[in-house]
Design a binder for this molecule. Structure first.
Ligand SMILES: [Zn+2]
Length: 415
């Protein structure tokens, strides 16, 4: 196949060129290529040709309080390639927090043979105790190079400061990356209980119970621990102006930190929590949507490379069945990380800024000879990517027309 006259989005900018695909790989890029006899030619004049997106933070088929997220590897990865995302890094969870092998095996079973795009895994570390170091070593031998900790969600998957510090020491020794969900769990648990007494189903209280400084405090603490231990940290779903400033300071000091935000924090704000008739529940996620000034800081952070990546944190629930459970109260008594009544949602294709990937788990996606090529149809749901497993090289996808993936009926995609 020959794609002619498209604007190639590359690391060093845009350039108009012809691009040839041979046996599923980009084989040639040149200002002008002549079609071979009977070669399929696509005229991409006036269109952009993007590298394949890498979504480094997803939760496919993840157990929540009393249900699973609705997207499994098949449907979510199909959505991914439809939007031009050709690689995801999903977060593998363990039923038994101290048995990482079980979690990895479970996630392989969910993904293997079911994914339309390339994938890798981070692994959640929901506890830290004797023997975990050996388990981490075993996971790394099987290709896991990044792990995730939660400073919130205590009692389920959150860890205390001692555990966090100890796992940082270990991961630093092993050269692994620690991804951290940063919110002060004790404070937000207290605030949730406080607001629950006032009006358990008031969606606006969701954001009030998770103020900006709850995030900023946790990020500051995590950065200080990381500075003391020397571990590389990757801060997931950064949402506030205050956090951006703290991260910028750490980077100025030369600390090895990477930060991520998500499309919903860049594009939506907390005024949506005042929509009537439970509509606001569509926008409940953790951390919550913030104010326009936070959006502004995040955009500036992206431009200034304080924020390194944009990922979806895809964590999907139906509105009418699953989110509706929140009408009985946003804060169920069961202490589960994923509250069905108040789940996060995130769905959009994303573009890795080409520069960095957490843990080096996935190679940079760029237009290059030998890269896999994914032919994603402009008709959105008729993507033709083949199911595959981890690939060695970067990927590229045609994305002349971004179409929203609408998924199966009743699924909630707000973007
Ligand atoms: Zn997440």
């Amino acid at each position: 196949m020959l794609i002619k006259r498209g604007f190639l989005v590359q690391e060093d900018g845009l350039r108009q060129a012809d691009l040839r695909i041979t046996d599923g790989k980009i084989s040639q890029i040149a200002p002008e290529l002549t079609p071979f006899p009977e070669e399929e030619v696509v005229d991409a004049s006036g269109k952009y040709l993007f590298p394949g997106g890498v979504d480094v933070h997803t939760h496919f088929d993840m157990p929540a309080a009393n249900c699973n997220t609705v997207d499994d590897f098949a449907s979510a990865s199909y959505a991914a390639i439809t939007g031009g995302t050709t690689t995801v890094i999903d977060i593998a969870e363990c039923v038994q927090p101290d048995c990482l092998a079980e979690g990895l095996e479970t996630w392989h079973k969910k993904a293997d043979g079911n994914s339309y795009c390339d994938y890798g895994f981070h692994m959640t570390l929901a506890c830290w105790k004797d023997g975990m170091e050996e388990q981490v070593r075993q996971m790394m031998a099987q290709g896991i190079s990044s792990f995730k900790a939660y400073t919130a969600c205590k009692g389920v998957m959150g860890v205390d400061d001692t555990q966090l510090y100890q796992m940082m020491e270990c991961l630093q020794r092993m050269g692994a990356v620690l991804c951290v969900h940063c919110e002060n769990g004790e404070v937000l648990d207290y605030l949730q209980q406080k607001y629950k007494k006032t009006d358990a189903a008031n969606v606006a209280f969701h954001s009030l119970s998770r103020p900006n400084l709850v995030e900023k405090e946790a990020i500051s603490r995590v950065l200080d621990f990381a500075a003391m231990t020397g571990v590389t940290v990757y801060l997931v779903h950064v949402s506030t102006n205050e956090a951006v400033q703290v991260i910028a300071d750490a980077k100025r000091r030369g600390q090895n930190v990477f930060a991520e935000t998500c499309p919903h924090y860049l594009l939506l704000d907390d005024s949506l929590y005042h929509l009537p008739d439970f509509e606001a529940a569509k926008y409940v996620m953790s951390p919550p949507l913030r104010k326009p000034q936070d959006q502004q800081a995040l955009w500036e952070g992206l431009v200034n490379q304080v924020i390194d990546t944009v990922s979806t944190d895809h964590y999907s629930f139906t509105f009418h069945e699953q989110k509706a459970l929140g009408k009985r109260g946003l804060y169920p008594d069961s202490k589960r990380h994923s509250r069905c009544g108040a789940p996060r949602r995130a769905d959009a294709d994303l573009w890795h800024p080409a520069r960095t990937v957490a843990g080096g788990a996935v190679q940079k996606a760029c237009h290059q000879s030998g890269a896999d090529f994914w032919n994603v149809s402009a008709e959105g749901r008729s993507g033709t990517g083949q199911r595959c497993r981890h690939s060695d090289g970067g990927s590229a996808a045609s994305a002349h027309h971004h179409r929203r993936y609408l998924g199966a009926e009743n699924r909630l995609y707000s973007f």
